[in-house]
Ligand binder design. Structure first.
Ligand SMILES: [Fe+2]
Length: 307
């Protein structure tokens, strides 16, 4: 069973725009940084992680079960909802190896288990992720872990965006379809309410009135591929097969000229929230704001100079 509500209920998918696709052997660090990260533009890097030992090892029955035989994870019998409170309410601790065995058993249910590589049992898996030639520098992300893993069957991630940090969606096993669009299109407030309440899953017509205003990109991500998902782009992710899949969101800190770009409403919200009550954010947010402003000046000067 695949929960298809994430992409079924979104308007504009039939006429979705195409994400640029570049073969991994043709992608270099300069092109990736200049054409895609710096300009906040998605790109599919075909076969981007096929050199990782994880690509061969992790899908083999028994390998991850052995690694996680003594570890507990949150185990959900539904997709990855956008509402944190819904996820917290339904989280059940479960032995990871048993959860994986159940997923592989042929059970026709939607199942989802997020894994932290910081947890003792899973730390050793990091040696199977050997980086990317097209990412030269990988500064520590501000809001997300460096990497985490979603193990799933029929379960996608409902619509959300990452306010901070760069994300490369790494598809170790199983195929997924991703739809995405930027959040600076004037509909942010309304979409935030719809997406983060998971209303789209309950009412298939709740976005009908936005049909003319939304122009999503659609891209199929196959096992071995990596998809660059820029910060402040809405994205919904759905499996297209019944495999026991593994996806790694791989994150790093954005270049300074992007960190607090005020063109995105979620960044503006970050400022508003920081000043609602005294606390550390009141110092940190303006600090990054000043750095970003300075970095923007340098970035734009370099662009004008054609460098
Ligand atoms: Fe995401």
């Amino acid at each position: 069973m695949i929960d298809e509500r994430i992409l079924k209920n979104i308007p504009g998918l039939d006429t979705g725009k195409t994400v640029t696709c570049i073969d991994a052997k043709d992608m270099d660090a300069k092109t990736f940084a200049k054409k895609f990260v710096n300009t906040n533009t998605p790109v599919l890097i075909k076969g981007g992680l096929k050199h990782w030992p994880a690509y061969e090892k992790w899908p083999q029955p028994g390998y991850l079960e052995e690694v996680g035989k003594d570890s507990e994870v949150n185990y959900y019998r539904h997709m990855n909802f956008s509402s944190d409170s819904s996820m917290k309410a339904s989280a059940k601790k479960h032995n990871f190896a048993q959860a994986l065995t159940e997923m592989r058993s042929g059970l026709d249910e939607v199942l989802f288990a997020p894994v932290s590589f910081k947890a003792e049992g899973f730390k050793k898996l990091q040696k199977d992720m050997t980086g990317f030639p097209f990412i030269e520098k990988k500064p520590r992300p501000l809001a997300y872990p460096d990497a985490r893993m979603f193990v799933y069957k029929g379960a996608g991630s409902n619509w959300h965006l990452h306010v901070l940090d760069e994300t490369l969606m790494c598809q170790i096993h199983g195929n997924k379809r991703v739809a995405l669009f930027p959040s600076d299109d004037g509909n942010y407030k309304e979409l935030k309410e719809i997406f983060y309440s998971d209303a789209l899953l309950k009412d298939e017509n709740c976005m009908a009135h936005l049909a003319d205003k939304i122009e999503p990109y659609v891209v199929d991500v196959e096992a071995g591929d990596t998809l660059y998902i820029p910060p402040n782009w809405w994205h919904g992710v759905q499996p297209v097969d019944h495999e026991v899949g593994m996806t790694i969101p791989y994150c790093w800190r954005s270049p300074y000229h992007k960190i607090s770009n005020l063109r995105y409403p979620a960044i503006r919200d970050l400022y508003k929230d920081a000043f609602k009550k005294p606390g550390l954010p009141m110092l940190v947010v303006p600090f990054y704001g000043l750095i970003t402003l300075f970095a923007q000046c340098i970035y734009r000067t370099k662009l004008l100079a054609g460098r």
